[in-house]
Design a protein around this ligand. Structure first.
Ligand SMILES: Cc1ncc(C[n+]2csc(CCOP(=O)(O)OP(=O)(O)O)c2C)c(N)n1
Ligand SMILES: [Mg+2]
Length: 801
């Protein structure tokens, strides 16, 4: 403890305070008052933000009131190059860093697609992001910026990403070739600041991340904002012993153990917050020991969000306590008690802060609403032009509402104008009005859809095709050996690539793709993890966001469900929800479709293609195709899942000579066997059953065309399958998912999207596994999964129809 009551460590304060100034009491006082002013500004943002929602200018609002002082304190120790993985309460933190300003904040609240710098109007308010990549998809100099990974709403999801962002610092600190990473890291000194609410620590994600951080020893600083509630549910129903710091004690690092360091601090105590954070952040930055700050006694002056009122569930005494222990009120009293400012000075500061916020809020609203009002004027002029006298009343009564609305939406323009055209079908200006609507739609709609995938030079779809080459004496080897040779060469050539997962390091994965490679390329690049799929996904995600190229394993496809939340909510949406300023090119490697029994033979591809829009889903039939897809993916910036066939590791394949260069294009099916009578569409390990059936059908005089779709996302970009259907007029989709799973997805793509229905002579069919999971043993497989006889029967039926 420092004896000087005014002491607040300011080494890394964001305000440029010179060393000399530091010594002066005046400078110290000014900076503390500036902090108070920021706290007041941020509070005003919360108060006005709520009002904007309640008066109809925005749809929903969630604010950071009651957490201002702690965030100002922690932001002092956030350095350039550091990362944040946080949640919706962090507005003051973001204002303090300058990552957000008040105008930006309100632009996002208004879901302004043109001016919300964090998500382009896609994410709810208070979901922040800073740019990690430039427009071409190249990584920025992240050592020079305050880095904020794009927020998600699912509580505790940020823990997974935070673990990964922190873990990347370990990768950089241990990297042999530091020169290659100069723009991404300063020797791994970067800390990841991870904020989370007290109630969200009830999620498994929190515990999985804390345990992994304790094992891995990463520079992760977790701030638990404890305001005693998760919406209406009190901490007594959330946390054992009602205290996260108490219950974490077993994780406490001791001499000669790993673990985490735990701090507790009151969220209204400015001086203690500064001191505690300074010590803890310095410690984790230097030692890479994770730290948890339990920030206690925080409040929610306006309750949880605009969706409700906390008077409904907080006892009167609690509400009274919250008023007295409001951090801004406490800071004000502290300033006066320590003679750092008088009441008059603070009133002036408060007035000025409030005025600034009002002006910026207004500016954001004007920016948002002016172009919409402009369009309304245009629409009104077009409707009134050439309007027949008898129709004036109809048109005006509809236009009036639009013109008088204080918060008109774009959709109101479309609705009103279309209604007018419906009611006045003889309007002489109909053509011009329709052109206006079409153009407006064309201009606006893309803002709501773009950036699901990379579109520019870093799109894997733009990677040029390099055919596999084979030397005359090319070896024929096992599929797993193809992978092993490939990974060996890949790790020699590309220092950004890392691989990890359960049983991947020491034994080189359960099918030996990495056998012997840890010894060769180092335990820092090829390594084992605990059994914790969700945080393996998060680990990969954080590394990828920081410019590395992780290949992370899910040991068997069935266990992807454990990692699905991070994949679906976070990784698959990051490019979209950050409006293209962040990318996470993870490659999730797994193996599946056919092994044994209920939990090792799953092929939940319908779940996957529906959950992972925003990722690529590759389903190669053999390991050479898999390698070609890995090569393609490594050239792009989008995340991908690649499923190797469990029944393919011991099949013999010829080894290409240009193993790290050849590419397999995504979204381009391959015709494995040309035929005239029936098109059979499938992928992955099922193709071997299809090929077996086709050979037997040929002896019966039925000539099948077999198409391997190769990737489910994207799916047959050039519509090659419908071209086959035009020839055969019969089509069967076969896979190992449940009925109505990915086979239904393929059916929809070809029959509806590609217009395949026009070429059908007989009803299109799907053949999948049974609805239950595959039973154990080879007969369990035969009676659960599609088998050769079933395919033969269906095809015969189709031929006879
Ligand atoms: C996975 C998930 N479950 C539920 C919700 C709905 N929800 C949003 S915030 C919240 C309470 C969170 O409380 P806490 O973590 O204490 O944060 P606070 O809002 O109090 O700062 C809940 C239940 C959600 N967003 N995500
Ligand atoms: Mg809470």
């Amino acid at each position: 403890m420092h004896s000087d009551p005014y002491f607040c460590p300011m080494e890394s304060t964001l305000e440029a305070v010179s060393a000399q100034d530091m010594l002066s009491f005046e400078a110290f006082r000014n900076s503390v008052i500036a902090d108070y002013k920021l706290a007041i500004m941020s509070r005003e943002v919360s108060l006005l933000g709520r009002r904007e929602v309640l008066t109809g200018k925005a749809k929903f609002g969630i604010f950071g009131d009651g957490k201002e002082v702690a965030q100002i304190a922690l932001s002092k120790f956030f350095q350039k190059g550091d990362f944040r993985s946080g949640y919706y309460r962090d507005q003051t933190f973001m204002f303090a860093l300058g990552v957000a300003n008040v105008e930006d904040y309100f632009s996002q609240l208004y879901s302004d697609v043109h001016n919300d710098p964090f998500s382009g109007g896609k994410n709810m308010n208070a979901h922040f992001a800073s740019a990690f990549v430039d427009e071409k998809g190249n990584w920025n100099e992240l050592t020079q910026s305050y880095n904020v990974s794009a927020d998600i709403a699912p509580t505790a999801g940020q823990m997974m990403r935070g673990l990964g962002l922190a873990f990347a610092s370990n990768c950089f600190r241990n990297a042999k070739n530091k020169e290659a990473f100069k723009h991404l890291s300063n020797n791994g000194n970067e800390v990841c600041f991870c904020t989370i609410g007290d109630a969200s620590t009830s999620e498994g994600h929190f515990w999985e991340a804390i345990n992994a951080a304790g094992v891995l020893q990463v520079p992760l600083a977790v701030f638990v904002y404890d305001d005693g509630y998760g919406i209406s549910v009190p901490i007594s129903l959330q946390t054992t012993k009602g205290s996260i710091s108490e219950v974490l004690k077993g994780f406490q690092k001791e001499q000669n153990t790993n673990g985490i360091k735990i701090y507790t601090v009151k969220g209204w105590d400015y001086a203690a917050l500064c001191e505690t954070f300074e010590e803890g952040i310095r410690y984790t930055r230097e030692t890479h020991t994770p730290v948890v700050f339990h920030v206690q006694e925080l409040t929610q002056p306006q309750g949880h969000s605009t969706s409700g009122s906390h008077e409904r569930y907080k006892p009167l005494e609690r509400l009274e306590w919250e008023r007295n222990w409001d951090c801004n009120k406490q800071m004000r009293e502290w300033l006066i008690a320590n003679e750092l400012a008088t009441d008059e000075v603070l009133q002036e500061v408060e007035n000025e802060a409030k005025q600034l916020v009002r002006a910026d809020k207004l500016a954001a609203w004007e920016k948002y609403i002016a172009p919409i009002k402009e369009k309304i004027k245009e629409a009104v002029a077009l409707v009134q032009e050439g309007l027949h006298e008898t129709d004036v009343h109809i048109a005006n009564s509809l236009l009036q509402e639009l013109v008088q609305s204080k918060e008109p939406l774009k959709r109101d323009i479309f609705r009103t104008v279309n209604l007018i055209l419906e009611k006045i079908p003889t309007h002489s200006n109909t053509a011009a009005i329709q052109t206006f609507l079409a153009k407006y739609n064309e201009a606006e709609a893309p803002f709501y859809s773009k950036h699901l995938y990379n579109e520019g030079p870093k799109s894997a779809l733009n990677v040029s095709v390099v055919e596999a080459e084979y030397a005359n004496e090319a070896q024929t080897i096992n599929g797993y050996e193809v992978l092993n040779h490939y990974f060996d060469k890949l790790f020699q050539e590309n220092p950004k690539v890392y691989a990890f997962g359960e049983d991947l390091g020491g034994i080189g994965d359960v099918n030996q793709g990495f056998a012997g490679l840890q010894n060769k390329h180092g335990i820092d690049r090829i390594f084992d993890t605990g059994i914790r799929e969700q945080s393996i996904m998060g680990q990969a995600h954080g590394m990828a966001l920081r410019g590395l190229r992780p290949i992370a394993e899910i040991q068997y496809l069935d266990y992807l469900l454990y990692g699905l939340q991070t994949l679906s909510d976070d990784i698959a949406t990051i490019h979209y929800r950050s409006n293209g300023i962040q990318s996470s090119p993870v490659i999730i490697r797994t193996r599946g479709h056919r092994l044994e029994g209920i939990f090792h033979s799953g092929s939940p591809m319908g779940v996957i293609v529906n959950a992972l829009r925003g990722m690529f889903v590759c389903v190669p039939r053999n390991m050479v195709q898999a390698v070609g897809m890995y090569n393609t993916l490594l050239k792009g910036n989008d995340p991908a899942l690649l499923i190797e066939c469990l029944n393919g590791y011991r099949l013999k394949e010829k080894m290409p000579s240009n193993i790290t260069e050849f590419t397999v294009p995504l979204g381009k099916p391959e015709i494995l066997k040309a035929g005239e009578d029936v098109t059979i569409v499938s992928y992955g390990s099922t193709l071997r059953i299809v090929e077996d059936a086709a050979a037997r059908l040929l002896t019966m005089g039925i000539d099948c065309e077999i198409i391997d779709v190769q990737t489910l996302l994207p799916f047959d970009i050039n519509h090659q399958i419908v071209a086959s259907l035009k020839k055969t007029n019969r089509i069967l989709f076969v896979d190992e998912d449940v009925p109505g799973g990915a086979s239904a997805y393929m059916y929809q793509q070809v029959i509806e999207l590609q217009g395949g229905y026009r070429w059908l002579d007989v009803a299109a069919r799907t053949l999948s596994s049974k609805a239950h999971r595959p039973a154990f043993g080879s007969d369990g497989d035969y009676f659960s999964k599609p088998n050769t006889e079933e395919i033969i029967n269906i095809v015969n039926e189709m031929m006879a129809e």
